[in-house]
Ligand binder design. Structure first.
Ligand code: ADP
Ligand code: MG
Ligand code: MG
Length: 251
């Protein structure tokens, strides 16, 4: 489903280009949930941005294929239309645009790119209600401007509603657990399972802490340190990291 090979990437900054990813190799098969853990500054968000096609991040070596296609050759809209979803560590606020408007526009532009008919207003609202209920997000929140004045937890749940509506094949979720209290963590974890734990789907779950993995059990855990995957294991590796720390495990 997703095949990352020897990926090298740098980010352009005021002081010139900075090498961040230094040869990441990783494969996510259909039906698999992979967690990427690693210390702050390891390059986790950079990996997510590169996969999402964010400007300012340049791939200097390696390849990424998604469903057999060259992901890096697609623009961000094409990636989304192909079924790629990126959840952000810091979801953006969009003043002046209501959540419902935004979500319907996003869904219908993806459907259009796939040659599918747009969803009618009624059908869309039904779908939105169903996903909002799944994430325990009040429908009122969907009428408000995108993320404006939302709490950290509301932004994350809103993002999972978005994921549920877009129904992607592959989700890359960057620290979806950050800023969540225990109840919201469970709701978001349940939401990820309900939306993404399917034989034809894949998830790359980027997280600092083990706690989200109590709810969303990964099939594989990768440890990213200084731009490289230094260790791969099963769900137990996350527990070991929590107990012993990155330094001991990555040594
Ligand atoms: P993580 O998500 O694992 O905490 P990041 O991918 O955010 O790590 O960052 C990896 C490294 O790249 C850090 O040293 C960070 O400071 C640096 N970095 C990321 N984005 C930029 C940027 N736009 N300009 C300069 N440095 C950056
Ligand atoms: Mg960080
Ligand atoms: Mg990060």
């Amino acid at each position: 489903m997703l095949k990352i090979e020897n990926l090298h990437a740098e980010v352009s900054s005021d002081s010139g280009a900075k090498k961040i990813l230094k040869g990441v190799t990783l494969e996510v098969g259909a039906g698999e949930i992979h967690a990427i853990m690693g210390p702050n500054g390891a390059g986790k968000s950079t990996l997510a941005y590169v996969l999402g096609g964010r400007p300012g991040y340049e791939v200097t070596e390696g390849s990424v294929t998604f469903m057999g296609e060259d992901l890096l050759a697609m623009d961000p809209h094409e990636r989304a239309a192909a079924g790629f979803f990126l959840g952000f560590q810091y979801p953006v606020e969009i003043p002046g645009v209501s959540n419902v408007q935004f979500l319907r526009e996003a869904l219908n532009s993806q459907r259009k790119a796939r040659g599918e008919e747009p969803l009618s207003g009624g059908d869309f609202l039904k779908l939105a209600k169903e996903k909002a209920a799944l994430l325990k997000l009040d429908m009122e929140m969907l009428k408000r401007n995108v993320n404006v004045g939302f709490s950290g937890g509301e932004k994350k749940r809103n993002e999972m509603v978005q994921m549920g509506i877009l129904d992607p094949k592959l989700a890359v979720l960057d620290e979806t657990d950050s800023g969540l209290d225990i109840d919201a963590l469970r709701t978001v974890g349940d939401g990820i399972n309900a939306i993404m734990r399917k034989p034809e789907k894949g998830v790359l779950l980027i997280t600092h802490y083990q706690r989200l993995l109590d709810y969303v059990q990964p099939d594989f855990v990768h440890v990213l340190v200084a731009g490289r995957v230094v260790k791969t294991g099963g769900a137990d590796l996350a527990l070991q990291l929590e107990e012993e720390g990155y330094e001991a495990v990555a040594a």
